[in-house]
Design a protein around this ligand. Structure first.
Ligand code: ZN
Length: 138
């Protein structure tokens, strides 16, 4: 069995962002030389997510509305976590959108369903964050 590890780095200019990282995961898969196996992609921070969905701007605006309804950023004093930090909403948004995805690798390609794309979801940006890609197989 082969394994391959790669770190992606992000520093978004905005507090929240949704970034399609499918090409970067495909590039890592190509670098790994693995043809059959599994790829794990996870955010290495508790205020960011990796998730799979459609690359459609209306949907991304809908995510923003949905997450702000469930865990609004402001007022900051509504959360017990805030005080030293102001990112309680970002922790909650990450919990809703998830930590990681696993995708099957078949014949050297990501074995996606229709319209599936991999996204990095940032909820407390403007600083360096990392995403882990781990690929195992042969
Ligand atoms: Zn925090």
């Amino acid at each position: 069995m082969k394994s391959y590890r790669k770190i992606l780095k992000f520093n978004t200019p905005t507090r929240r962002a949704y970034i399609n990282i499918t090409r970067q995961v495909e590039e890592a898969l190509h670098e790994s030389g693995i043809k059959e196996g599994l790829v794990l992609v996870n955010a290495m921070h508790i205020t960011a997510s990796v998730f799979i969905n459609d690359d459609e701007s209306g949907l991304h605006a809908d995510f923003e509305t949905f997450l702000e309804k469930l865990a609004p950023e402001k007022p900051y004093n509504q959360y017990r976590h805030n005080g030293f930090e102001d990112n309680a909403d970002a922790h909650l948004k990450r919990q809703i959108m998830g930590r990681e995805v696993v995708v099957a690798v078949t014949d050297g390609k990501l074995d996606f369903g229709t319209w599936e794309q991999i996204f990095y979801g940032e909820y407390d940006g403007r600083r360096e964050k990392r995403v882990l890609i781990k690929i195992i197989g042969e």
